[in-house]
Design a protein around this ligand. Structure first.
Ligand code: 5GP
Ligand code: ZN
Length: 116
């Protein structure tokens, strides 16, 4: 499994930096965003290091569906029944700041379209 010792989310996945954990198994970690943009804001990451969603090779595509599956499970648990938003920012032009792929799960308020 690829890791980058300088990567913030690799360090969170390794337990070197604390987080408020919501879900964990051998492949996936979910935790609360430190700067929430909604009443509920979680980040779902693969434990393996991929800088962006575009860097996930076809043989690891299953990690994308696993991330979405964990997001749906959290949304059910948090009773985000009126709706929630899943976001993956890819590269600087889309606002990506942390270069370890992550899925945002946002809920608990009304979301607008198009996003900013
Ligand atoms: P991006 O802009 O890359 O899509 O999202 C990065 C997210 O990571 C942001 O929502 C930001 O608040 C969150 N974040 C940055 N540093 C930390 C941290 O140390 N801990 C946690 N839990 N979230 C972080
Ligand atoms: Zn990483």
């Amino acid at each position: 499994m690829k890791k980058d010792s300088a990567c913030l989310f690799c360090r969170i996945a390794a337990g070197e930096i604390p987080c408020r954990k919501l879900f964990e198994d051998d492949q996936i970690l979910a935790f609360e965003d430190i700067n929430p943009q909604a009443p509920f804001h979680a980040l779902i990451i693969p434990k393996e290091h991929f800088p962006t969603i575009a860097d996930i090779p076809a043989e690891s595509d299953f990690l994308i569906s696993r991330m979405i599956g964990v997001a749906n499970k959290l949304a059910r648990e948090k009773q985000l029944d009126s709706g929630y938003r899943l976001v993956i920012n890819c590269r600087a032009g889309a606002g990506q700041e942390v270069y370890h792929v992550h899925l945002h799960l946002l809920g608990g308020r009304k979301f607008h379209w198009p996003p900013g």
